[in-house]
Design a protein around this ligand. Sequence first.
Ligand code: SER
Length: 627
Amino acid sequence: MATVIDKYPKSGDEIRKAFLDFYEKKAHKVIPSSSLIPDDPTVLLTIAGMLPFKSIFLGLKDKPSNRATSSQKCIRTNDIENVGVTARHHTFFEMLGNFSFGDYFKRDAIEWAWQLVTNVYHLDRKNIVISVFDKDTESKKIWEENIGIEPDKIIQLGEKDNFWSSGPTGPCGPCSELYYDFYPERGMNNIDLDDDDRFIEFYNLVFMQYNRDSSGALTDLKYKNIDTGMGLERMAQILQKKKNNYETDLIFPIIEKASQLSKVDYFSANSSQKASLKILGDHTRAIIHLISDGVIASNLGRGYILRRLLRRMIRHGKLLGIKDKFISQLALVGIQLMKNTYPELQNNSQRIFSEIDIEEQRFLNTLERGEKLLNEIIASGVKLISGTQAFELYDTYGFPLELTKEILDEKNIEVDLKGFEREMNSQRERAKAASQTVDLTLEGSIERDIELFEKTNFVGYELLNTEGNIKGIFINSNSVENASQGETVQVVLNQTSFYAESGGQIGDVGVIISDNAEILVEKVIKKKDVFLHYGIIQRGSIKINQLVETRVDKSKRVKAESNHTATHLLQSALKLVVDESVSQRGSMVAFNKLRFDFNSPNPVSENQILDIEKLVNKWILENHSIS
Ligand code: SER
């Protein structure tokens, strides 16, 4: 139930609540924030409040109601270099949004936005400037005639600024943005809306009416929709009358903690120290939410984003003079700050601290070795470091390229980025040649197209060989009709006996065979129950709708199954020997090995390792049946 706010909203919590209450009163269903890990294969992280509703906009999913409102946690890393440098860029931020699914459109969206900002947040109309898409004369008219905005305060902008889309494809449309003008007395002549010191864009109203396909063509969506986004941190900056988002109550307590740990006072800090403190404030919020939502630091995808953020924090902590591990202390403040809105942070706090601890220690060791090497390079007086050196730092010392660039930038030393890329490519080639594996990255159109297939009928628990029809063939992620000998392909079948990689267990290998073709299958994955077989055509050619036989390599399957069972034995033994609270953090089951990641309150001693080994071997010899 909405409650009446008896004073003007000011704190972050009040601003969030006032937004949701306002739209709830306008018959919007309040939807809790979704995870940062989206249910959408085309993006790594939830980058906007509309993302959880994308399939509704596309007409693929039923709507929960005609109208919705949410405060969505989001992460964007495309502007990471600006974080801490400008007043308003963040990795983690909260986006307040109101959404219409084929219900109200431009007029209501604009009128309600205006009511909200003037009657609820009590912004003065003299401080508000509007932008509209230049071809959208309808919105301009509504702002002028219904709201009474002076024409010189409505700025018409082109597609680059006022046409919003969540990615290269998907729902999109023209938008109209509300800006706050900190200095209206300067007048509207020759204004620059990108001037951070004067303006801040705080509310974006998107008139979501098109879908852009992979060729770039726009088609009408089933309905005309509304997607809006208000940056909570930006509104907090405005209402709390702060110089930037970082000084608001949403972030500043973390900065104060960093300031206390480093003994660098924020207000008297120099500009680079200030930037470091702000980076710590920003990244703390991002990492606690990423870990809480299940991300584990790694060198791939989301895991890499987490690792990069943590490593940037360690680096900036060092720049501020912090000697010991410190990130957990900032995380604690971040969790306290946000746990009422996001209770999962409190529930997952032990996991958050432990992941931070492991990664921080790992990187401190790396950093020590890498920095030694970098200092030698700096001391040699060079003005440019070669791609080979940068690659060695990356490959051998685990020193991220961004960090190398950042450190050398401070010393005016350049990095040969092209050379680095060359080294990276040749390493990829070497890896490929060594393992003879195919490119296993799922990118581009394949991610989207795979969703268009019917789900694959998997019969592999009962049968190792079966028949299937070829329903899709991809080469380099592009859908093709046929492919021939020597080509690396990904194949979708209507039925298969190949087990797909899942829950950390490797997929089957084997062959797909017919009279006139043979594909050596090296990996199988599944997306939404559509199985994708990765392989190389050894002989002949294949085409869509061709009947083939799938033959799983039984010896490999048995090995993977044994290793899978072994992870369960290992976990039981760990609980008995080490601690009952040991819990699984991840695992990898391959044909020749397994890896089991776990949380443990204490390090595992040599003797315990021997005990675990004995116990697991005893169970194996007892030859229990598996269910
Ligand atoms: N999707 C739009 C944005 O992110 C409005 O919410 O700006």
